[in-house]
Design a protein around this ligand. Sequence first.
Ligand code: PMP
Length: 417
Amino acid sequence: MDTTVFEQHESSIRGYCRNFPTVFASASNARQVSEDGTSYIDFFAGAGVLNFGHNNPRMKDALIEFLRNDGVAHSLDTYTTTKRDFIARFHEVVLAPRGMDHRLQFMGPTGSNAVEAALKLARQATGRREVVAFSHGFHGMTLGALAATGNHAFRQWAGVPLNDVVRLPFETAPGGDTAVADYGASLRDPSSGHTAPAAFIVEAIQAEGGVNVASSEWLQQVQALAREVGALFIIDDIQAGIGRTGSYFSFDGMGLDPDIICLAKGLGGFGTPIAMNLNKPEVDEHWSPGAHTGTFRGQGLSFVAGTVALDYAADRDFLDQVEAKGRVMRDRLEQIAADQPGWEVRGKGMMQAIDTGDGALNKQIQAEAFQRGLLFGPCGSGGRVNKLIPPLTIGEDDLDQGLDLFEQAVHAAREGS
Ligand code: PMP
């Protein structure tokens, strides 16, 4: 395993490779194989991108066909056949069954860019500046999205003030049970000094923030306050969406009707980049052509594989399997946590996590897991949460084996600590 070239020439900003110190050479579904032939079970899935596995065969076939036929790989926002297919299928599978008439907005292909666009549009649509974001929220690295992100480890790099965000505690954070009601009361009080925000942006499940799961009652309360004060209700479903929780959106069935929904990561299916916002038509009207432009808005490969990904979203059996596998994960994590005082298991569908409250221990667990052939990443304050997000397509054998490896790693780290 030769990593010299990276160490000599690549920026010191390299992060994940320090936790996974090997060189990966190939990947298939929930497995990655390194150059030295070690096979790793992937409970990380590209930070929630590879919901349909590495090199998904159905997508691979569609992509090869597309390339062979000289399909348009890069298109800015010009019309292409593949983009039409994607939009039509998205409407058919996701929007129409939910009675949604949101417009699809493509932007530069990262989650951060989707959040930037959502915040800009909300400010434009309302003529207001402030946006409400929640503690432990993660919305991206560009300045607008970073301002909405809670984590100091990222915020400290901004170099300029991160302004125009009102921070409220998330439901599960201290004070989170009353914060939205209190904030609402001060918005109703003309002498409180508060003025109404442009938007509330929230993750229904905070992924990077520690797999904090909001209740439908709380999310409805946020939405109701947004409506009451004429602000937009934005859900960032970039990591928790696209089938991860057993339904297409992580907030399906919660009685919510967001004005803007931000999607990216798993949307393109194969791991090629794409980001997209769903904007209610009356909100979308506030854009003028090219207002939030971007060179890489027309990602042909992502439209092709993303159209295949929508077949999974249309497949009730597949989504039932996601729920079933999620229960398997949940049960195992509950067992692992049972004899560890203070540990908490959280999650929904195939995003499941153990909060050990101890970032240093989790680093050990992660290292022990890596040595045994399992990849996953920490999240939450100080890395206190072990988040497991395997591809939704993972086979039962790999899922069980990965959970065994996780359990062994936990025991090894506990014994070592
Ligand atoms: N929002 C959420 C909820 C995310 O999890 C992420 C990425 N971890 C982002 C936004 C930013 O996406 P990207 O890294 O593609 O800019």
